[in-house]
Design a protein around this ligand. Structure first.
Ligand SMILES: Cc1cc2nc3c(=O)[nH]c(=O)nc-3n(C[C@H](O)[C@H](O)[C@H](O)COP(=O)(O)OP(=O)(O)OC[C@H]3O[C@@H](n4cnc5c(N)ncnc54)[C@H](O)[C@@H]3O)c2cc1C
Length: 422
């Protein structure tokens, strides 16, 4: 089975071509058929094909070059349910599939039950995770020790790596990889009330960047946008954080969050989908997995496969890139690093290369990994990344005869699908 990549523009066109192989039955020999459907009928069409006993060989954007389909498809195809779906109509596949979708359901259920079966083995030890040690009414006062740019020359915007000293707290503000902290910026809002806290994903492991166990680091992008009146607006807390200096005291709350915790299993596989500052939790995982001092301290020797998909607008905007390149060179069997640089790389359709294009390019491998109950997927970044990833996963799953809309909640229930977007 082959899945080619689909660019953002193809999603707008939203037409997909499926090549289906019908097995020999009675006097009819094996044959191939090409079916074109709109995106919103993809799942139901796949269900119908499965129910009729067809095997999907590929799913590609409809305008992409197709593998040559064999002639002589007619006799077998005519008796199969998806025959009527060769037209790009949304209603027919949907109606057919309602009656014929059992095959696909079975495939999805098999994968889903695998997912569910893995629940107890893969589930992180949530009860051990510290939460809300410091609340907004009595925050911890952390001291800034470092605040430096993570961007290279020519990058767009402003992204800082900021570290706070946590020593002296009672209780000690401890946290684990995948959690967030709250920051309360100085000053008052437009109503004269103290600013509310903003959450930031922690970018350091529980040991801190210096391994002393007394600090926490963040990766903060300064929010900047133009309002309707054309004024340039800067975000309150992100600007406050990007501007703070070593020695400044900052109000910190938390930690919070159990959504993005790593499994305890040293043999787990971890697929990471990150854009921009969504890299923060991924950095903690990768340090825990591959930094020699972390491995020593943790006595947790990651032996699974980790695969980071990182999206950025330009190469100088890639965050912690040199570290990840180093891990890939040191642990080629355990770590893979795939970048989507939208303003520099082209997808197969000649459009900008986004992270969802990379997901589609590697759909076979990703789904082979997801079929393994030891595999967890983590997604973090701006909320806008979710629809693109969801569409890519839908198309990728469909090419395997799976229904992503059914499979995703099952993975979530099994604590294997982790999303934190903002
Ligand atoms: C769990 C979690 C983890 C997070 N982790 C991180 C992280 O690791 N790094 C990070 O940098 N951020 C992270 N954030 C986002 C962070 O909490 C703040 O939302 C962000 O820094 C902006 O806060 P601010 O005070 O600067 O902006 P504010 O002054 O609060 O302004 C934000 C408001 O501006 C408006 N606005 C924003 N963009 C536009 C636009 N284009 N057009 C019009 N109006 C707009 C919206 O009304 C928005 O609510 C995370 C959020 C969550 C929930």
């Amino acid at each position: 089975m082959r899945v080619s990549s689909a660019g953002t523009s193809s999603y707008n066109e939203r037409m997909f071509a499926l090549v289906v192989v019908w097995q020999q039955s009675g006097k009819h020999r094996k044959s191939e058929e090409r079916i074109t459907v709109p995106y919103n009928s993809l799942q139901t069409t796949v269900q119908a094909i499965n129910a009729a006993g067809g095997r999907i060989q590929s799913v590609t954007p409809a305008t992409a070059p197709q593998p040559a389909a064999q002639p002589a498809a007619k006799a077998t195809a005519s008796k199969a349910a998806p025959k009527a779906e060769t037209k790009p109509s949304a209603s027919k596949p949907a109606a057919k599939a309602a009656a014929k979708a059992n095959g696909s359901k079975a495939a999805s259920k098999a994968a889903a039950s695998k997912a569910a079966a893995s629940k107890s083995a893969a589930k992180p030890a949530h009860q051990m995770v510290p939460v809300n040690l410091y609340k907004p009414k009595s925050p911890f006062l952390g001291t800034v020790t470092e605040n430096y740019s993570l961007l290279q020359e020519g990058a767009i915007g402003r992204v800082q790596h900021i570290t706070f000293d946590l020593s002296g707290g009672d209780p000690h503000l401890e946290y684990v990889e995948g959690q967030s902290i709250g920051i309360i910026p100085e000053g008052n809002d437009a109503k004269g009330k103290p600013h509310k806290l903003r959450l930031y994903s922690i970018a350091s492991t529980r040991h801190g960047d210096d391994m002393a166990g007394n600090s926490v680091s963040l990766c903060v992008r300064q929010l900047e946008y133009q309002n309707e009146a054309g004024e340039q607006i800067k975000g309150v807390c992100s600007t406050y954080l990007c501007d703070i200096k070593p020695g400044d005291k900052v109000k910190i709350t938390g930690p919070v969050g159990k959504e993005m915790l790593l499994p305890d299993d040293e043999e787990a596989n971890v697929i990471m989908l990150a854009t921009g500052t969504g890299i923060a939790p991924m950095r903690t995982y990768l340090r825990r997995m591959f930094e020699p001092t972390e491995r020593e301290k943790n006595r947790w020797n990651f032996r699974g496969k980790a695969w980071l998909f990182m999206g950025a607008p330009k190469t100088p905007n890639l965050l912690y890139d040199a570290d990840f390149e180093h891990y890939q060179a040191q642990y080629p069997d355990n770590f893979r690093y795939t970048k989507a640089i939208s303003r520099e790389q082209e997808n197969s359709k000649g459009g900008r290369m986004y992270i969802q294009d990379r997901v589609l390019e590697h759909a076979d491998e990703i789904f082979a990994m997801i079929e393994d109950p030891k595999t967890h997927v983590y997604m973090c970044g701006l909320r806008g990344m979710e629809p693109g990833i969801d569409e890519a996963m839908t198309a990728a799953a469909a090419s395997k005869g799976l229904d992503w809309a059914e499979l995703r909640p099952q993975l979530k229930k099994a604590d294997r699908w982790h999303v934190e977007t903002y």
